[in-house]
Ligand binder design. Structure first.
Ligand code: GMT
Length: 377
């Protein structure tokens, strides 16, 4: 198949999933065309059947707002025709589903549009009255729509009142890269006296509740010697640094900034903390599980579909930092429990969220769409 993929190319779960999917599809012999505003950051090494088509936005002085959406739609249409795309798979509804719709209007019905909903495109933007109807339209006009958790499907249906069937396709983790790694050398650097390492990875937006991570760490480190590794950057970072200083935790908290390949660092962690307000899936939780790191997270959105509470991690109510700290301590202090959770995490990520299994699901959906096309539907 000739498959076009559009996503946000910078750091972020939806871009990661889209890029990794493109690579897997290329491994399976398909030709993949990324149509994006920048080179997807996880694209990695050259692969002969992966192509990149840059979307260059016109910065003409008259425009107060450069027309990214129109330029993208036009580029999608060009690539669809020139490369004879069978499928155009867009990740994140806004504006990608609408751009794909416009491209399809330009080239013809033969171009099949698949839209994957990732979370904030519904759970945040869907509440914006200036976008809501547009998002609903983009979903209804897609030939096929998928979402990354059952919870996201339910919220989309309820909030936007869409009639369209939405297929559940979970996110995945590539178990060839995410597995427990020997990090003894690095551990020595971050935990020189054998301290326990807690970790949090996010874009430091308010929805991630990074201040809860600090609250939890503060409590845990009063009971067991521990360090905290924070990975990622974002708008809350300055406030978090200040909070760390005010609590006198500076020596125990390390800000690692943006890391391109978290597969290399996750194995350093003893426990991954994810106290989000909302999380349609929680890719970071899955990546931690694949590396055998138990997760302590909030019972919100799609997280309970990823982290089985009491088996591969613990789930608590949003903002209940006391419970999160207690659960973290339980894991850190009970070796047998820890080992059981670690094994269960690896097993669950390999079975339910294996890259091969999910790539096959997408492939089957594409094939279903294309066979409908042959039947003239
Ligand atoms: O987490 C974010 O804010 C980034 C966002 C994105 O679009 O990259 O993540 C969303 O999509 C990820 C991949 O499907 C999911 O794992 C995240 O749970 C989801 N974020 C939220 O729902 C807040």
């Amino acid at each position: 198949m000739n498959i076009g993929i559009t996503c946000y190319p910078s750091l972020g779960g939806s871009g990661v999933v889209a890029t990794e999917l493109g690579k897997l599809l290329a491994d399976r012999g398909h030709t993949v065309h990324f149509i994006t505003s920048g080179l997807p950051f996880r694209l990695g090494n050259y692969q002969p059947n992966i192509f990149y088509h840059e979307v260059e936005v016109n910065q003409y002085d008259v425009f107060k707002y450069p027309p990214y959406d129109l330029t993208l739609a036009n580029r999608m249409a060009q690539v669809a025709v020139n490369e004879q795309l069978d499928i155009l798979h867009v990740h994140y509804a806004v504006p990608h589903a609408l751009c794909a719709y416009l491209a399809k209007q330009m080239v013809g019905e033969w171009l099949k549009i698949v839209t994957t909903l990732h979370g904030t495109d519904i759970t945040v933007l869907g509440y914006d009255s200036s976008l809501r109807e547009m998002i609903r339209f983009g979903i209804e006009q897609s030939d096929l729509v998928t979402a990354v958790s059952a919870d996201l499907i339910a919220e989309t249906k309820e909030l936007l009142q869409v009639e369209k069937q939405i297929e559940l396709v979970y996110n995945f983790v590539d178990k060839r890269r995410y597995f427990p790694k020997d990090v003894t050398m690095h551990k020595q650097r971050f935990a020189p006296n054998g301290e326990k390492l807690l970790m949090h990875i996010s874009n430091f937006r308010p929805v991630k509740r990074v201040s809860d991570v600090i609250e939890v760490f503060d409590r845990v480190s009063k009971q067991v010697p521990a360090r905290l590794l924070l990975i990622g950057e974002g708008p809350e970072q300055a406030a978090i640094r200040q909070m760390v200083d005010e609590r006198g935790l500076k020596q125990q908290v390390c800000f690692l900034g943006k890391q391109e390949d978290v597969a290399e660092v996750i194995s350093l962690a003893d426990v991954m903390l994810l106290p989000s307000e909302k999380e349609s899936f929680g890719l970071v939780a899955l990546e931690a599980m694949a590396c055998g790191v138990p997760v302590v997270a909030t019972r919100t959105g799609g997280i309970p579909e990823v982290v089985t509470d009491g088996v591969c991690g613990f789930l608590t109510d949003i903002g209940d930092v006391a419970a999160m700290a207690e659960r973290t301590l339980q894991l850190l202090q009970d070796h047998e429990l820890y080992e059981a959770f670690s094994r269960a995490s690896i097993e669950r990520s390999n079975e339910t969220f294996c890259h091969d299994k999910i790539a096959s699901q997408y492939e089957a959906l594409y094939q279903r769409l294309l066979s409908r096309k042959e039947l003239g539907r």
